[in-house]
Design a protein around this ligand. Sequence first.
Ligand code: AMP
Length: 228
Amino acid sequence: MLLGAPGVGKGTQAEMLCAKVGACHLSTGDIFRAAKALDEYERTPALTSALHCMRRGELVSDETVLALIAERVGCLKCEGGFLLDGFPRTVAQAEALEALLSKNRLQLDAVISYDLPIEKIVSRLSGRRTCPQCKAVFHIEALPPKVEGVCDHCGAKLYQREDDRPESVRVRMQAYETSTAPLAEFYKVRGLLRSVSAEGIPEEICARTLQILVNGSKPNSKAFSSLR
Ligand code: AMP
């Protein structure tokens, strides 16, 4: 599980880690963004309300998020393991996940908490540009595309996520402090929390994360045995 404030780079790390360990990437944020492409009549009222919350930077209700996770319980049983990114975001979600894992006799190997100073978080979020097609992530200063505004990989026009705009970023940071930051303690007392610095380029952060996973996960963890 990846924890950390919005903008620390959880999504990028999730992609890189899944490519290395062959796990199934489960991102509730990606699920909501994919739902934006649906026509109005294809969305349930709960999904429409979730998309309004997301646009404003607010958290979607636990009920809606948990219903989505229940529909995707198959991902948690993936042969290569699973990697949770952006879920859980509240203690209630973490408790529900704990019950779901125990019911399915699954275990969480580690919870990575990415740390980054607030000024770097704000700069990462405001400069982030995303490809709507292949989901590649760029940064206008730290990782600019070869041609401004165009994805290096598939040529699609890059966009700024609605919730990366300053007014939504403020709301997201507040929601993080109030609802998500307490999860660090939740997993610390369960002996699962591993802190990782999110400073530097994605490859460095990924190497740091793998090192911690290999050295710090439970010895019987299947997911990282191939990396040991
Ligand atoms: P992310 O891509 O993880 O930053 O998520 C983008 C947005 O989706 C968040 O700002 C929330 O509005 C919504 N969201 C994603 N995951 C959750 C969750 N587990 N609980 C509540 N809201 C969520």
